[in-house]
Design a binder for this molecule. Structure first.
Ligand SMILES: Nc1ncnc2c1ncn2[C@@H]1O[C@H](COP(=O)(O)OP(=O)(O)OP(=O)(O)O)[C@@H](O)[C@H]1O
Ligand SMILES: [Mg+2]
Length: 427
């Protein structure tokens, strides 16, 4: 019998706040609720207005709730990676049980051991991503449970972020009446979802071009190895169009969406449109080729900045190329321009689920997938706990399938501990 688990993700972006309600059954996702609301309180990935952000979150939650007729209680939260720092960590423990079989408990203890690394007071732990386990010097183990050994090691990556940034996001989520189930940095969720296993192994960059920022996630040898955020995104393109065409911002945004093209060589001279001029009743006529030059200049600059980031991050070779996603990835001609400047293979990524077939939803879908995969790994799926905590059902349906609540195997796991830390903040 298949059981389905409900997950709600919250992606607070600088253009819009997205809320997705997903039903996971047999490892496949069904998106049953979507909320998407313009965000007013975020600039370049950082919250600048708490009240406005809270309102946007509430509205997005409300939209998604209406689609399923249930109220949302807990969310998987994606936070910007602006101030995120990734560093390698290692945990070592002696296997606990008498028969030396490695259990959930050992997995928890080794994660905990990796955490003892001192975190500066202005930073907060977000995630520990295990990369490999080593049992008595035998490495590259994905899941050591059930194996026999004396010494268990875990090599992984620790993600920390600025306390200030994190606490402001948490304050908004709390004031929107939501609790947090898990937190991940956005590029981890987006990249883990958008890249194929091969791409992650070979070395590939996932580039999420949003409204106010562009996030880069580098995956090598199967893992997220570096991440960085450039404070340039689609909103800059809109602003450029607004200034140069002397048209209001909302008109510039509309023109970008309807006629925008990133690659001058491929843009059309025949696609002609009228543009209202600020402060007058008149309009001016432009064609796609003309505006593609304006758009291209800004995006060329962005791709140059991306190359600088690759250099700064020490990324010399990307055999898997680049995967583009985020709202701006829908712009015509973007892959061509990216190929031209980055001089590597470029492909677009768009989620394939009904209701969210737009690259702007990659992070939100990725958050659900990532949280689910972690729950599967840590044995939290199928116990009914995830569904019970993810969504508080307001009206019990008459024939709701009964789920047997089983005790959580690792009730005091690291994830739980991290969550406690966030809960502490809410007290
Ligand atoms: N069809 C489209 N063509 C061109 N641009 C688009 C299209 N759809 C959305 N965009 C642009 O994508 C941007 C928003 O992308 P997205 O929703 O991924 O950003 P965000 O997650 O809110 O912001 P950020 O990630 O920077 O915090 C906006 O600049 C918007 O104009
Ligand atoms: Mg985004």
């Amino acid at each position: 019998m298949s059981q389905s688990e409900l997950y709600v993700s919250l992606d607070i972006g600088s253009s819009s706040v997205k809320v997705l309600i997903g039903e996971m059954a047999n490892k496949s996702l069904n998106v049953i609720g979507v909320g998407n609301v313009k965000s007013n309180g975020i600039r370049k990935g950082a919250i600048v207005d708490i009240d406005a952000t809270v309102q946007s979150i509430k509205k997005a939650v409300d939209q998604a709730e209406r689609m399923i007729g249930k109220s949302i209680h807990e969310v998987v939260l994606g936070i910007p990676a602006n101030k995120a720092v990734l560093q390698p960590v290692k945990g070592i423990v002696a296997v606990n049980s008498e028969n030396r079989e490695i259990t959930d408990d050992d997995l928890d203890r080794v994660l905990e051991a990796a955490q003892v690394m001192s975190i500066p007071p202005e930073r907060e732990l977000v995630n520990i991503i295990p990369e490999q386990y080593v049992v008595d010097h035998l490495g590259e183990i994905k899941d050591p449970r059930g194996m026999i050994g004396i010494r268990l090691e875990m090599d992984g990556t620790m993600v920390t972020t600025s306390k200030t940034i994190l606490h402001n996001v948490l304050r908004c989520v709390e004031r929107a009446g939501l609790e947090i189930r898990d937190i991940y940095v956005q590029p981890l969720a987006a990249g883990s979802y958008a890249l194929t296993e091969d791409e992650k192994n070979h070395g590939t960059a996932c580039i999420d071009i949003g409204g106010g920022s562009t996030s880069i996630a580098i995956f090598q040898e199967g893992h997220l190895t570096a991440s960085s955020v450039i404070p340039v995104g689609g909103d800059h393109v809109t602003k450029d169009l607004s200034i140069i065409l002397k048209t209001p911002t909302d008109q510039a945004e509309k023109i970008k969406l309807e006629h925008g093209h990133a690659f001058f060589e491929d843009a059309s001279e025949d696609e002609v449109f009228e543009v209202p001029v600020i402060g007058s009743d008149s309009t001016e006529q432009y064609n796609q080729k003309y505006i593609s030059e304006i758009i291209g200049v800004r995006l060329e600059e962005l791709f140059e900045l991306i190359l600088d980031e690759f250099y700064r991050l020490g990324v010399q070779d990307l055999p898997g190329g680049v995967v583009l996603t985020g709202g701006m990835a829908k712009l015509d001609g973007l892959p061509e321009l990216a190929r031209n400047i980055l001089q590597t293979r470029v492909r677009l990524f768009t989620p394939e689920f009904i209701g969210v077939r737009e690259p702007q939803y990659t992070t939100a879908v990725g958050l659900i997938q990532y949280a689910y995969m972690e729950d599967v790994f840590y044995g939290r799926v199928g116990t009914g706990t995830a569904a019970a905590s993810a969504v508080k059902v307001e009206h019990q349906e008459v024939q709701q399938p009964k789920k047997q609540k089983q005790p959580k195997q690792n009730s005091e796991g690291v994830v739980t501990k991290a969550k406690k830390m966030f809960d502490r903040f809410f007290e």
